[in-house]
Design a protein around this ligand. Structure first.
Ligand code: C6P
Length: 412
């Protein structure tokens, strides 16, 4: 197996028990990491340890198990915040990126967006950074407009600037596209949006797992990401918000632990971030998320990024010579995250993904929850291979081999 010089892939692979399994008798080649990543043993152990040694609710009970669980939960919050250069007090645990955007929609949007206000999103967004704003625009009587794209799959800055001249209330955009891979210049966009008087929400679902991210230097008002896309468990993610904003916002959900005092006719709220964490939280998920962040920190995010750029370069070399292969997004691998969305001649993406599955190769096919983008690309679906820390050049070779097999079947 060829090694990337940045990460010892063979050693990393030994940490992931699922990579030992076979699919249709073939070695599992998992290239669907943008959908969700596999879990290292240390994350699995953290979950088992919590449930088998100190399972308890948090922030409620003074007994030993309750104290230990609370300490582990809050320790994970500190780790996740530190991982992206944020403060623990600004870091709200949620179910994932989707819940984070919906939290902002309800707790910030319903309070601050007024009739006739402009909300700006972009045509490369995942549905979870579009649909909440459609719902908000409908409920508040606001208007939603989209930043267009360049032919190379980057944000059209002229289109953004035109919309900023209309003084939007909110600008919502992804740090990295889950289809094009495009890495957007968050710091510049946030500076421009702030000068136009807008609040910003950045979808970091596809950036934090793959790039070093320092929120202190990016200037976003809200930033969201999901644990399961970065080696952590499902059902846990974070919304990081400027403390002043989080304090001014209304609560998202009402229930236990988000209150300070409850009276018959009203209640007062707990401090942030607890004001946004109503009811029994996902304790195990948060603890597993902390273990995932530990794992990535040990590898080093600079190395993770370098590893993915090498895989991307290798994949472009290996795949672009295939007759009928067409990739989407910026050509410069420095401008994109570790995934390639592509079409292959007239082979339908679901057919290609099925043939690849027979070879043990898992990719995603479909619209990738980005139907506005699919319309821009003038396709109904694409294939997408997305890389992570345990992928090797051998995995790319297996992908190429599977595509060639499909080519032979469909006579490409
Ligand atoms: N994209 C994909 O295969 P959740 O489901 O809440 O953890 O993440 C939603 C989400 C938000 N933004 C971006 C850019 C994303 O890529 C995703 C999830 C997966 O592309 C599943 S649709």
């Amino acid at each position: 197996m060829l090694k990337s010089e940045t990460i010892d892939v063979e050693a990393v692979r030994r940490d992931f028990p699922i990579l030992k399994r076979k699919v249709h008798g073939k070695r599992l080649v998992y290239l669907d990491n943008a959908a969700t990543t596999q879990k290292p043993q240390s994350v699995i152990d953290a979950l088992v340890d919590y449930y088998s040694r100190y399972n308890s609710n948090v922030h409620r009970s003074v007994h030993t198990l309750g104290e230990e669980a609370t300490e582990a939960y809050e320790d994970s919050r500190r780790k996740v915040a530190k991982f992206v250069g944020a403060q623990a007090k600004e870091t709200v645990f949620v179910r994932g990126t989707t819940e984070a955007t919906n939290l902002v929609r309800f707790a910030w949007g319903e309070k601050y967006v007024k009739k006739g206000d402009l909300i700006v999103a972009t045509l490369m967004e995942h549905h979870s950074n579009i649909v909440p704003w459609q719902l908000l625009a409908k409920s508040r009587g606001a208007v939603l407009k989209y930043v267009g794209l360049t032919p190379d799959g980057e944000l059209d800055m002229g289109s953004l600037e035109g919309l900023l001249r209309e003084s939007p209330r909110l600008v919502a955009f992804a740090h990295c596209s889950n289809v094009l891979g495009t890495i957007n210049d968050v710091a510049t966009i946030c500076t421009k949006a702030r000068s136009a008087g807008a609040t910003t929400i950045v979808d970091g679902a596809q950036s934090v797992p793959h790039l070093p991210v320092d929120l202190a230097s990016l200037g976003a008002d809200f930033y969201a990401f999901s644990g399961h896309k970065m080696l952590g468990p499902t059902g846990i993610g974070v919304l990081i918000g400027k403390k002043r904003l989080l304090e001014e916002m209304d609560p998202f959900e009402g229930g236990g632990e988000m209150i300070r005092e409850v009276f018959e006719d009203h209640s007062t709220w707990n401090d942030v971030p607890h004001k946004f964490e109503a009811g029994t939280v996902n304790v195990a998920g948060a603890i597993g998320f902390g273990a995932a962040v530990d794992y990535l920190s040990r590898l080093g995010m600079d190395k993770v990024r370098e590893h993915e750029v090498r895989l991307l370069d290798y994949a472009y070399d290996a795949l672009s010579s295939l007759k009928g292969f067409h990739a989407y997004g910026p050509e410069d691998t420095k401008k994109r995250s570790g995934l390639i969305a592509f079409n292959y001649a007239d082979v339908h993406p679901h057919d290609l993904a099925t043939i690849l599955d027979e070879e043990g190769v898992a990719i995603r096919s479909g619209h990738h929850c980005a139907q506005l983008l699919m319309r821009c690309l003038d396709v109904s679906a694409t294939n997408r291979a997305s890389f992570y820390v345990y992928n090797s050049y051998d995995d790319v070779d297996a992908l190429r081999h599977g595509i060639e097999k499909a080519g032979a079947i469909f006579k490409v």
